[in-house]
Write a protein that binds this ligand. Structure first.
Ligand code: TA6
Length: 290
């Protein structure tokens, strides 16, 4: 159902028959909450997050579009996460197997005048957020070039997973991949052969990853499974202590309870000719693990 948050911004609550839920804000088209059927929150949001538009909200799943990072004239990670989206009442149909979820909401972002001044491309960004019967969260993005000259964009679903202890987490599915290290001028390195664990700040873009990545939370005995289509790269970020302290909207100790693992298309920006549409899909599941 649709309610308003304390700033009067619409938010949509999706709930399935088993009691799992997803809450999406029209501020940024941002998933703010994903809970399992026991009501446990699966996404991290900082206790110091600034929820007031147009601030980016530290947590949930901000959508980085049309750029990732802060190169050029656009704001950090682009404008999409800072703008008010609208509910899309008559979206063009997705092909059949995408509409299998009963509970979903379709959101739409069109360019704001001010954004057209710095990013002069007439696009439509349609986002379907769905909750499956099993409690999985799926996000389907469709970006279309309405009728202007070709444009390119990068995109990332900046997913803040809630974890029990960053030192008890490992990621499988990124072994042996090349990655760009944001902490070393985006230089290219190659991941060694076993699972990724964390003892310090990590800020990397893994390239051409497989379409499934697993994040094992040892203490909570559960694993996040990330399935993606059209999103070749995976961002992995934990600020660790020093960077977290330097961020105003990040509690000093909170870095221990979060990890960003983002389905993304960054290394090779996507180019759309007039009338062309790109589709990217992310499905998040959480399964018990020994
Ligand atoms: O790689 C992820 C990253 O680019 C980090 O460098 C850090 O800036 C993070 O995104 C968070 O960005 P934000 O603008 O949300 O503070």
């Amino acid at each position: 159902e649709v309610t308003k948050d304390k700033f009067g911004i619409d938010q949509v609550l999706l709930r399935n028959t088993r009691g799992a839920s997803v809450r999406v804000s029209l501020h940024g088209g941002q998933v703010r909450s994903w809970r399992n059927e026991r009501g446990e929150e699966l996404l991290f949001t900082s206790s110091k997050a600034n929820l007031k538009p147009p601030n980016p909200v530290r947590g949930g799943i901000p959508i980085c579009f049309p750029q990732f990072g802060n190169r050029g004239t656009l704001e950090q990670h682009g404008f999409a996460r800072n703008r008010i989206w609208v509910i899309d009442d008559n979206p063009p149909p997705l092909h059949p197997n995408e509409s299998n979820s009963k509970t979903f909401i379709d959101l739409l972002l069109k360019p704001y005048e001010d954004d057209l001044k710095i990013w002069p491309h007439s696009f439509e960004f349609r986002l379907r957020v769905a909750l499956t019967a099993e409690g999985n969260l799926t996000m389907i993005s469709r970006v279309r070039n309405i009728n202007c000259k070709p444009f390119s964009f990068s995109i990332a679903y900046h997913t803040y997973f809630s974890i029990s202890d960053i030192s008890e987490v490992r990621i499988e599915g990124l072994e042996t991949l090349d990655y760009l290290d944001n902490l070393c001028k985006r230089e290219r390195f190659t991941e060694q052969g076993d699972a990724l664990t964390f003892e310090f700040e990590v800020d990397r873009v893994y390239l051409s990853s497989s379409d499934v990545v697993a994040v094992f939370d040892h203490e909570k005995k559960r694993t996040f499974i990330i399935k993606k289509e059209g999103l070749p790269d995976v961002v992995v970020w934990n600020p660790w202590e020093k960077k977290a302290k330097a961020l105003a909207d990040f509690g000093d100790e909170e870095y221990k309870q979060m990890l960003c693992v983002d389905g993304a298309a960054i290394e090779k920006p996507i180019t759309l000719k007039p009338g062309e549409e790109w589709k990217g899909r992310l499905e998040l599941a959480v399964v018990p693990s020994s």
